[in-house]
Design a protein around this ligand. Sequence first.
Ligand SMILES: [Zn+2]
Length: 273
Amino acid sequence: MPIGKGLKNTADEAVSKELEALQMFLRNPRGRGARQFTADEINYFNDIIKKKDIYPVVVHIPYICNPASFKEDLYAFALEILQHDLSRCVLVNADFIVLHPGSYTSSTLEEGIDRIANLLNIVLNDYTGETCILLETMAGQGSEIGRNFEEINLIMQKIKNTDKLGVCFDTCHTFAAGYDSTVIEGLNGILNAMDSTFGREKVKIVHANDSSKELGSRRDRHAHIGQGFIGIDGFTNIMSHQFFKGLPFILETPFEGIEADIKLLKQIRDKNS
Ligand SMILES: [Zn+2]
């Protein structure tokens, strides 16, 4: 959900779209700017979320942050944004904050993993907040870290305090990374692969996106539900699995036409409940 028109508008839109869960950026997703919220809009937003029983509220940090960067200025920027957004999660009672592990660019995978782990240790060491930080599974474009569960786990193993750290499972990214969630054998393989790394219980939310690119393409292109290579059958496979039935699904498909995606996910969920 966009917040450009203020949190009141975000809350009203959430109601009119009949959302059961919600994700938003607290600033421009591709830029630095962060507007101050007024007490009035914060109260309004939190009232609606409570009244409509919307859960969870998820915050996504901007895409431009690279918490694995070996360049000091970009690294410091990612740290500053994460800490600032995390401090603002309290205002909107966010349950989760999602971040991409980042890219190692011209460094190495091992160094990139060290960088992101170090950054998370700085944030989590004396963290006493309620919002849980989630590392997102990635498609593996270029030097993106987190294209398999082993890489996510390598990061997590370096974190001292993992009580407030979990994983966000993106259906498009994992599919593009080569995990076939569209068939039952593939899904069972995914759950086994989770259990032999960070453990499936670390997955707290699902980013539900179809994929415009093929299985294993390592290209991150979100498609509307049913209009990509995962398809309705793929989402039916995922949503009828006992494990995924217990998780909140968050859409990140193109905002134009997202109403149809919401309807489709609800239909698939209800048919398989
Ligand atoms: Zn995602």
